[in-house]
Design a protein. Structure first.
Length: 447
């Protein structure tokens, strides 16, 4: 009765924005030496347009300059290409931004801000592998290192399904910057380890994240830790955490659901029943939960609570399993008449369930209704004979033997003999059936 089908993970969100390096240049110089005067003048103009957010006009001004420039070094100046890429980036034109940065990097590959903004464009183009490479390149080229770039590199590797590479770069981040650790770095490491199927390695990180979180964040990561315990089969730890969570937030059904799941895996039916009852107070149960509630009541030894639910479910959607459980509940209550009533109410289901036919025969026999029991056993034996082989082959022999026994109890020796003779054909019943046949033949001979 798996109540929870799948363990849920937090949505991977690594960043909402990047810093855009808009070094629009002093007209007299750039990061790689003297700027040509025409380029410097143009960049002053573009800077004004950028500050007034006229990005489209700025792009057109740069494109016109490049087209009309008589000097190819001016048109392909790396600072100019960098600024053009930045303007495209501000317009969310990531394809052209990446193309501009790529040209700039061919000329000036050691420029860290270009690599940084290249990573931004690649990220927005969903080229996560390329973005990871660009972030790492930007970090390695920086004079004053920004460790966030290593984090971004790791998260982009994770997004590109390179979870092993993500773990590797994040380990470097923690190794080189142990005093600058941020909560999101720990979260990134936990996600990367889980994605790399290294769940046990992720556990210390998850515990630390949960301990250091508050509010909704704490709930989210508690849920991740709980499901990680469940995935790893650490039922004791999962149960302990689930109990802690229902105590902390008793109004939230997700923790009660988790407790049900863990309790079922540990065979703690009473605990699962209690948790499901709490959910029923929080909101109405759906059909599957109602059925689970009945099953748990039955397994907990409370058939009186289970039976009405089974009867109601049978009325709406009759099935063999439901009828089996309902009959079992009746028998647990000692109400054989109610069980027989249910079996006879659903003849179509009964005709497809030889086991239930046998149950019906057994109950009729226990109520000393031997002729009815004989008919029930003969019907069951016929269906089982048609099923052939396996479990039903042995059960068919028992059905014929019990049919014979029922006929004998009803005083119908001829019918009893015919039935036990058929039972003798089945190895498991042969000895008993032969003994009963011998007895019946003696009775018949003496009469």
């Amino acid at each position: 009765m798996a109540y929870l089908n799948r363990v849920t993970n937090l949505t991977l969100v690594i960043m909402t924005s990047f810093v855009i390096f808009l070094f629009l240049a002093d007209p007299a110089s750039s990061g790689s030496g003297q700027l040509p005067v025409p380029v410097g003048r143009l960049l002053i103009k573009v800077s004004r347009l950028y500050n007034s957010k006229d990005y489209t006009i700025a792009v057109e001004v740069i494109k016109k300059f490049r087209k009309e420039s008589a000097h190819p070094d001016y048109a392909n100046n790396p600072e100019l290409l960098f600024v053009l890429g930045n303007c495209y980036l501000c317009l969310d034109d990531y394809k052209n931004a990446a193309a501009s940065y790529r040209k700039a990097l061919l000329i000036r590959p050691e420029h860290a801000p270009t690599w940084m903004n290249m990573a931004n464009a690649q990220y927005n183009l969903k080229d996560y592998s390329g973005a990871a490479t660009s972030f790492l390149k930007a970090f390695d080229l920086q004079d004053k290192k920004n460790p966030e770039l290593l984090y971004y590199c790791g998260m982009c590797r994770l997004l590109s399904d390179n979870s092993g590479g993500a773990v590797e770069i994040l380990k470097r981040l923690f190794r080189e910057y142990p005093k600058s650790v941020k909560p999101q770095w720990k979260e990134g490491m936990a996600r990367a380890l889980m994605a790399d199927d290294r769940g046990r390695e992720a556990l210390p990180w998850l515990r630390e994240i949960v301990a250091g979180s508050r509010g909704e964040r704490k709930k989210q990561w508690s849920q991740v830790l709980l499901y990680q315990y469940i995935d790893l089969g650490m039922n004791r730890e999962a149960r302990s955490l689930a109990l802690e969570l229902v105590r902390s937030w008793p109004e939230e059904e997700r923790w009660w659901k988790a407790l049900i799941h863990v309790s079922l895996k540990q065979g703690r039916m009473e605990d699962a029943l209690m948790a499901l009852m709490v959910i029923s107070y929080l909101r109405p149960l759906d059909a599957s939960e109602t059925r689970l509630l009945a099953d748990l009541n039955l397994q907990a030894g409370i058939p009186a609570k289970a039976l009405p639910v089974y009867v109601e479910l049978l009325n709406s959607s009759p099935s063999v399993p439901l009828l089996e459980y309902a009959v079992y509940a009746c028998r647990s209550l000692g109400d054989h008449e109610k069980a027989l009533e249910l079996l006879e109410k659903y003849p179509d289901i009964l005709s497809k369930a030889p086991d239930l036919m046998m149950v019906r025969g057994d109950m009729l026999y226990s109520l000393s209704r031997y002729r009815a029991a004989f008919d029930a056993y003969v019907e069951a034996a016929g269906v089982m004979d048609r099923q052939h082989g396996g479990h039903y082959k042995d059960e068919a022999g028992r059905a014929w033997f019990m049919a014979g026994y029922s006929a004998w109890q009803a005083g119908e020796t001829e019918r009893a003999l015919r039935a036990v003779q058929k039972a003798e054909k089945y190895p498991r019943q042969r000895r008993q059936a032969a003994q009963l046949r011998g007895y019946l033949e003696n009775v018949q001979g003496s009469s």
